[in-house]
Design a protein around this ligand. Structure first.
Ligand code: MBD
Ligand code: FE
Length: 304
């Protein structure tokens, strides 16, 4: 079949069994996706067994909750970031901290802390890290009362809530910046995440000849009055997967230096006798702008 015949076929699908106007936007999107899918089946000569294998794959991935992991794995979530970057540039918004993917492991409702927080519950091993910085506006001025939501994996690459063996909201906090626009937290160094072995994402990645590892990273949402919500992460520079992330989240500007602090007084103040890691990272916010697509879009998210 040629493309024209497929379009004519879809015209018939679209005008058969009609009960009302439906939703114009949904109709446009479904029309395009179905025609493109039929055209792909035609051009690639996708066989019925291949088609049903693919459908069953998606059913399984949906049933076991992995579609939110497949999406970053095939690069779609990073693609959405690149489109938002382009739209911002077109709207005249430049500079600011780069965005990167949210991923599927955020949980709403983390404890709120003023200025400073300890993220780890103290029960798990891991190297101590202290991270701090300033939330700033487009002129570089600090923003007091801004919100920094932070979440990351433990020493095994697992996230609380999804890993029920961890305490509630372990390694997750919402920090409100102080009068100088500063946030600060202590935690334990995350280890890179890997997709669940044998799961839907792993099965697909194996077929694509790719791994399912991410470099160690820390996630953030930064929000402030009158500013665009920023979704981003920092990556730990020493990780072997730094530029080999299955989810394509690593970006220039999101790999801050990790310093080792072995000052005895600083160690004592944290109650440790070992040197600890220090990371400085500022969040440079963009002003709200009507012409740029919203970044605080709704997305079904876990909440506890
Ligand atoms: C993660 O921890 C993550 O950040 C992303 C984007 C995908 C899977 C796991
Ligand atoms: Fe993550």
């Amino acid at each position: 079949m040629d493309k024209k015949s497929i379009e004519a076929l879809y015209d018939r699908f679209e005008t058969t069994g009609v009960t009302g106007p439906g939703n114009a936007r949904v109709k446009t999107i479904v029309r395009r996706l179905m025609i493109d899918l039929m055209w792909a089946i035609e051009e690639l000569d996708i066989q019925p067994e291949e088609f049903w294998t693919g459908l069953n794959y998606l059913s399984d991935a949906g049933r076991n909750g992995e579609l939110g992991l497949v999406v970053p794995g095939v690069g779609l979530e990073h693609f959405l970031d690149l489109r938002t970057d382009e739209a911002e540039a077109k709207a005249g918004l430049t500079g600011g901290t780069p965005r990167t993917i949210e991923g599927p492991l955020y949980v709403a409702g983390a404890p709120v802390c003023q200025g400073e927080a300890r993220l780890d519950d103290g029960t798990q091993p891991g190297e101590l890290v202290v991270m701090s910085g300033v939330v700033r506006d487009e002129k570089g001025n600090p923003i007091p009362g801004a919100t920094v939501e932070v979440w990351h994996a433990n020493h095994l690459g697992n996230y609380s809530y999804f890993d029920q063996s961890q305490s509630a909201f372990n390694l997750r906090r919402t920090i409100i910046t102080d009068a100088n626009g500063r946030y600060k937290f202590r935690s334990i160094m995350p280890v890179g995440y890997s997709v669940p072995p044998g799961g839907s994402t792993d099965i697909l990645l194996q077929q694509l000849g790719r791994h399912g590892h991410r470099p160690a990273h820390i996630h953030f949402f930064a929000h402030a009055e009158g500013k665009r919500k920023l979704t981003t992460q920092i990556n730990i520079e020493s990780d072997p997967h730094l530029w080999d992330d299955f989810a394509f989240g690593t970006r220039e500007g999101l790999v801050p230096p990790v310093k080792t602090n072995s000052d005895p007084a600083a160690m004592a103040a944290l109650g440790t006798d070992k040197p600890f890691y220090e990371i400085e990272f500022n969040f440079d916010m963009q002003p709200l702008k009507a012409e740029a697509p919203v970044t605080d879009f709704a997305r079904p998210r876990a909440a506890a």
